[in-house]
Design a protein around this ligand. Sequence first.
Ligand code: HEC
Length: 108
Amino acid sequence: MHAISSSLLLSTALLCGAGAWAQTTPSAADLAKASGCYSCHANGEKIVGPAFASIAEKYASDKDAAASLAQSIQNGSKGKWGRIAMPPHASLSSAELKTLASWVMTVK
Ligand code: HEC
């Protein structure tokens, strides 16, 4: 009896933990969708801009990548990937830029 109720408690705790995780993980991707990033980017293939996974791979060993990518997103970027430039995204807040840039670094 005692064993059953404690395993119920444990699974409730696990479910709550999973819920919190599920809420934070899609929100950066949702922000990318809402910000129009996916009209030029995809996670795994080049469209107009490079695949997010390729960006993460290119900067994998750069510990300042998130900060410099936030700058690229905010001010636009050209000449790093090809001949097409990314326009600036001036309306994103610095928190949004940080969220997007760190998220890009996690795309596989
Ligand atoms: C109009 C098309 C377009 C849109 C919209 C766009 N991008 Fe880009 N993005 C590009 C292109 C093209 C490049 C490659 C630029 C270059 O060669 O320097 C790029 C490059 C990048 C890079 C790499 C920059 C670097 O320093 O290497 C990141 C990160 C990025 N985009 C994220 C985003 C995010 C996040 C959004 C949404 C807020 C977004 N992009 C919206 C076209 C776009």
